[in-house]
Design a protein around this ligand. Structure first.
Ligand SMILES: Cc1cc2nc3c(=O)[nH]c(=O)nc-3n(C[C@H](O)[C@H](O)[C@H](O)COP(=O)(O)OP(=O)(O)OC[C@H]3O[C@@H](n4cnc5c(N)ncnc54)[C@H](O)[C@@H]3O)c2cc1C
Length: 446
């Protein structure tokens, strides 16, 4: 890892400006949000020698969208949900009460604005451009995750066995196969697999193959899964060891500026000063940026998960699966199994709808009818902080010394470690492997 210490003189703001970064060595930075994105950002900055304070309204890290997500780290699936094929499917799903997608239009003009931008992104050329950006970020993120794991050794029930995307008909598989050629030049190995190979990869899918629930699939060997919450909490602990100060249980009320420059944050009635601010508040980013004079196209898309404690682990599945027929993901987390899915565009309504959550367990039974678990499932509802394009918003804001790392939608766990590197590189004025311009499209134009 490069330390900026060698390059910049302490407190020499003019010198750092010439490099187009804002940071000097040992700068003080406030990171808002202790989700997977905020904590990876805080760790990355502290690892480079900066003084970091993290502020969150919850009393523990990873309590928002990062709490009980689908657990997949999936560069092979890091593509926008705004696509011509999803648009066709969504129209059919809206007519099914138990379908993967639900739309309830609200009086909130931001929902309409977001939806129009989403529809405008459902073009093949736009999808391809944004998918390339997302895959590059996801791959960089997975590489950084490997380095972090090597260094920090967090426990997070990691399973490095790939992800199997399964389909219930040959026709559906054939239609999906185009993705293999799209991914190959980006460096993602994905291959079509028939029932025999699926059985070799994940023997627990035998019953699903016999019943016809699984006819074939696509296998991404280098994808993986792991518990995002456990990782985030372990990394927060490691960050504290690097000197990161964590202020939990404090709602951020205000960001104050002096002229057009960041000055301080008021949280829980206390003013926190620093040289720079990085906002990683996911879904709750826009209300604060609006008070700074600009809005961001981030809107909630509700999803659910059910986590079951396995009665017997021997025959239970280990390979993470995406069932494209029911649009759900299934991941093994130690002695637990988690199923996640559903996409409800219903405004800022975080309530758990038991019918939607229980449907996930019924869908899980379609592919794993013999799964034995102890106790009732633990249900959870979470709001994905979605941008219309699927590409997160990472970059400088229009306010001097305020940066954004937010809007990771359905892929925050997959993209967090790479996003942290990108934002740290931007703060330091350093050229990294990703083109920052690719992640600025959600930002207001200057
Ligand atoms: C059902 C579901 C399944 C998913 N599956 C996957 C998956 O398999 N793979 C994947 O890569 N991604 C998945 N995701 C997406 C992923 O979980 C999110 O993209 C990610 O958690 C976003 O992280 P974040 O840190 O940006 O947001 P969050 O985790 O929500 O963190 C934001 C933090 O900001 C804090 N905050 C907000 N406002 C304030 C305030 N005013 N003051 C103080 N603190 C504040 C919150 O308390 C919270 O801790 C899934 C999401 C859902 C809902």
């Amino acid at each position: 890892m490069t330390f900026m210490r060698e390059r910049w003189a302490r407190n020499d703001h003019e010198a750092s400006r010439q490099l187009e970064g804002d940071l000097t060595e040992g700068s003080d930075i406030i990171v808002l949000g202790a989700g997977v994105v905020g904590i990876t950002t805080a760790w990355e900055l502290a690892r480079r020698g900066h003084g970091v304070t993290v502020i969150d309204r919850q009393t523990e890290p990873a309590t928002g969208a990062s709490h009980a997500n689908g657990a997949q780290i999936s560069p092979s699936e890091a593509v926008p949900w705004a696509s011509p094929s999803n648009l066709r499917l969504a129209l059919a799903w809206m007519r099914q009460a138990d379908g993967p997608f639900k739309l309830r239009l609200t009086a909130d003009s931001r929902q309409w604005w977001w939806l129009l931008r989403f529809l405008a992104s459902c073009r093949e050329d736009v999808w391809r451009r944004n998918a390339r950006r997302m895959v590059r970020l996801a791959l960089a993120s997975q590489r950084r995750l490997d380095e972090i794991v090597e260094e920090v050794r967090p426990e997070f029930d990691r399973e490095r066995r790939g992800i199997l995307r399964v389909y219930d008909s040959d026709a559906a598989l054939r239609e999906a196969e185009g993705i293999v050629d799209f991914m190959a030049p980006l460096g993602v190995g994905l291959r079509a697999v028939g029932p025999d190979e699926i059985l070799d990869i994940e023997p627990a899918l035998g019953a699903a193959i016999a019943s016809g629930a699984v006819a074939g699939g696509l296998y991404a060997e280098s994808d993986e899964s792991g518990d995002a919450q456990a990782f985030t909490r372990a990394l927060a602990h490691a960050a504290a060891g690097l000197g990161v100060r964590t202020v939990l249980g404090q709602q951020v009320e205000r960001i104050d500026t002096h002229g057009d420059r960041f000055h301080s944050v008021v949280a829980g009635g206390v003013r926190h000063m620093a040289d720079h601010l990085v906002i990683c508040l996911g879904l709750d980013t826009p209300p604060l940026t609006r008070s700074l004079g600009f809005d961001l196209p981030i809107y909630p898309l509700k999803g659910y998960s059910a986590t079951l404690r396995l009665a017997a682990t021997n025959s239970a599945p280990r390979v993470s699966v995406t069932d494209e027929t029911r649009r759900m993901v299934v991941s093994r987390l130690g002695d637990r199994i988690r199923v996640a899915g559903k996409a409800d565009l219903v405004g800022h309504d975080a309530r758990l709808d038991p019918r939607r959550a229980e449907q996930l367990v019924r869908d899980l039974r379609r592919i794993y009818p013999d799964l034995d678990h102890d106790g009732p499932p633990e249900f959870w509802a979470g709001l994905r902080p979605m941008t219309p394009t699927g590409v997160p918003i990472i970059g400088r804001s229009p306010v001097d010394r305020v940066y954004l790392n937010t809007g990771h939608g359905s892929l925050g766990w997959t993209m967090a470690c790479g996003s942290a590197v990108l934002i740290a590189d931007l703060l330091e004025g350093r050229n990294g492997e990703l083109d920052p311009a690719d992640y600025e499209s959600g930002l207001p134009a200057d």
